[in-house]
Ligand binder design. Sequence first.
Ligand code: NAP
Length: 258
Amino acid sequence: MLDLSGKQALVTGASGDIGRAICRLLAARGAEVGIAYFSDHERARATAAELEALRGRAPSVFRVNFGDTASSEAFVKAVCAEFDRIDVLVHAAASGVFRGVHELTARHLDWAMDVNARSLFSLVQGLIQAGPERGSLLARGASIVALSSLGAVRAIPQYAAVAASKAALEAIARQLALELGPAGVRINVVSPGLVPTRALEHFPNRAHLVEVASSRTPLGRLTTPEDVANVVGFLCSDAAAMVHGQTLHVDGGYSVVG
Ligand SMILES: NC(=O)c1ccc[n+]([C@@H]2O[C@H](COP(=O)([O-])OP(=O)(O)OC[C@H]3O[C@@H](n4cnc5c(N)ncnc54)[C@H](OP(=O)(O)O)[C@@H]3O)[C@@H](O)[C@H]2O)c1
């Protein structure tokens, strides 16, 4: 049921720790995985090398800046040229500054909204409008998973820009669930707890965040990239055939504690 053999997958944010763990899991389950990244060539190469070792051939690698409309459009075109079908789309790319509301500029907010939320909308729209002859690249039975965070539904210090973008991402995913369901395409959101990745380096108060997350998580430890990847893999499999339009928190119970 968790076998993904023969599936064609595309993972954005694949140079990040969570994106890479997702790529690794999808490939280990038998999927061919294309990867997208933004600026970190070395880490993208490392992800590609892991995939090549697992699958025996080099994956398709795309570079995209979701903060730039032309780059986003070129990315969708390149994906449509490379793939005849996408069975699994995982959107893990994210960016944004961590500042209080009084320090944020409209540009900061626009960047987070574009990279984290508009990207999902334009990527899915581009894939379902791949061309008049080809129709949608998202085949019946395809599964989309977008990565959100608790900030979509809770207030977190310094997190306003990313929080707003993740709330928008979850709203877009719900709308897509309604509109893509009849075509047999599922979409779900995975919302991890604090995962000690490179992303945390940008949090001004990271030591405090790690301490709070560690001490308040009922299951007693921080979430790992592999914890997140396992749930993404499940959502992309036939075992989750009737899971649609949901947000799954993968956080050891952190989000239910009052
Ligand atoms: N880490 C956590 O505690 C945590 C908690 C909850 C949710 N999440 C979510 O999980 C996902 C992965 O997080 P992570 O910790 O692995 O983050 P990360 O290490 O910062 O990775 C972010 C990824 O997004 C890509 N990216 C950044 N800006 C981009 C842009 N303008 N256009 C296209 N791609 C861009 C990065 O590419 P380059 O590196 O190549 O620039 C990288 O591959 C994100 O959606 C994040 O919000 C993380």
